[in-house]
Design a binder for this molecule. Structure first.
Ligand SMILES: *[C@@H]1O[C@H](CO)[C@@H](O)[C@H](O)[C@H]1NC(C)=O
Ligand SMILES: *[C@@H]1O[C@H](CO)[C@@H](O)[C@H](O)[C@H]1NC(C)=O
Ligand SMILES: *[C@@H]1O[C@H](CO)[C@@H](O)[C@H](O)[C@H]1NC(C)=O
Length: 350
């Protein structure tokens, strides 16, 4: 009797979360993502703290297509204990305002805004962008690493490519497999997606392990991470990590209103939960209205949001933004390799 009872109560306990996950009805997935009613209600609400608009980048998206590009999967609870957690001591005198673009002006990659297209590759973009920035910060070099390598070649170790992945596994891929340059393996979709033909989005590109230019070698183009870690869900720890080592990858919950963000400090006000999204954290500060914020670079092109960037409320774990913060340090491995005669022999014959 007892096991049956336990089984039944488990069923009841699980049922509500299943319902929550499926809370966007199937029919609604075909409706337009952007809605005048959301724009109007945000802009008429002085307490919102931010302004909404019909972001051109997302103007032809249905709810279903938008859900597909929200590709950040949470780190499994069971895995969390095995992932190193960084700790910064409290002695740093952190500034009230910080912008990584200004702190490291020689690293132009920090301010770059990319475009993930119709693929749930946000988890890969934010990781590769932050690692590129960290290579520049640490080794004074301009470098653009390849999202495509990670997206296509990490496979089930990271998740499911365009169907989504887990940020910390991307950073592990950098440690174990390295990542080639964008020049070697460019992103498969930089122009976006024309409809019809790719609903709800693009399929994951194939892993080819060959540079597009015959003069470059895949193996020699690899850049490695030296470690992969989490940052504690604590304002000070996140700020210290960004201040000392450069941009980090964060994931957060996206609701319908976020698609309409134009400017100001975002807080969730209205709309349903649609999925998890990963972006690059590049700064913090306090707005003229006294609102503490985080500054982030999205990868939905510059026509989305505030020239591609957004701010979100800081210190209250808004939409889980302070909960899944991951990063790693760049490794010198393979970086200062002298190409010898014998290394060259292999490529010379191609
Ligand atoms: C942003 O969108 C424009 C217009 O569709 C496109 O030409 C450009 O390549 C996109 N930017 C990136 C970084 O892909
Ligand atoms: C560069 O990274 C190494 C670890 O990989 C670290 O020990 C060193 O302090 C870093 N240097 C800078 C300038 O960030
Ligand atoms: C990176 O490139 C930009 C623009 O080409 C240049 O101004 C900057 O000095 C370069 N940074 C480094 C670290 O080489």
């Amino acid at each position: 009797m007892a096991p049956l009872f336990l089984g039944l109560s488990l069923l009841f306990l699980l049922a509500p979360s299943v319902l929550v996950a499926e809370s966007v009805p199937e029919l609604k997935l075909n409706s337009n993502l952007l809605q005048d009613s959301i724009v109007n209600s945000i802009n008429a609400n002085p307490k919102a703290g931010w302004k909404a608009g019909m972001n051109q980048q997302l103007s032809d998206y249905t709810l279903g297509q938008f859900k597909y590009i929200l590709g950040a999967r949470p780190t499994p609870e069971s895995e969390k204990r095995s992932i190193p957690l960084v700790h910064h001591d409290r002695s740093l005198n952190l500034p009230k305002e910080f912008d990584a673009r200004k702190a490291w002006p020689q690293c132009t990659s920090i301010g770059r805004i990319l475009d993930q297209g119709h693929c749930g590759s946000c988890w890969a973009f934010a990781a590769v962008e932050a690692l590129s920035d960290r290579f520049c910060i640490n080794y004074s070099m301009n470098i653009t690493l390849s999202v495509n390598d990670l997206l296509a070649c990490c496979g089930f170790l990271c998740g499911a490519g365009c169907d989504g992945g887990t940020p910390i596994y991307a950073w592990r891929y950098f440690v174990h497999h390295g990542v080639v340059t964008e020049e070697c393996d460019p992103y498969f979709d930089t122009t976006g997606c024309s409809h019809p033909g790719c609903e709800p989005g693009y399929p994951t590109p194939k892993c080819v392990r060959k540079c597009v230019s015959g003069n470059q070698l895949w193996r020699q183009s690899k850049h490695y991470g030296s470690n992969a870690y989490r940052v504690k869900s604590d304002q000070y720890q996140i700020m210290a990590e960004l201040y000392k080592n450069g941009p980090v990858e964060v994931a957060f919950d996206v609701y319908e209103d976020f698609a309409h963000y134009k400017s100001g400090v975002y807080k969730h006000v209205t709309g349903q939960y649609l999925g998890g999204h990963a972006v690059k954290l590049i700064g913090w500060g306090t707005s003229a209205d006294g609102e503490d914020y985080w500054l982030l670079a999205n990868q939905w092109n510059r026509s989305w949001g505030d020239d591609g960037y957004f701010m979100i409320s800081r210190g209250t774990n808004e939409c889980g933004i302070e909960e899944d913060v991951v990063a790693g340090l760049p490794s010198p491995k393979n970086m200062f390799k002298v190409v010898t005669e014998s290394d060259d022999a292999g490529s010379a014959s191609i």
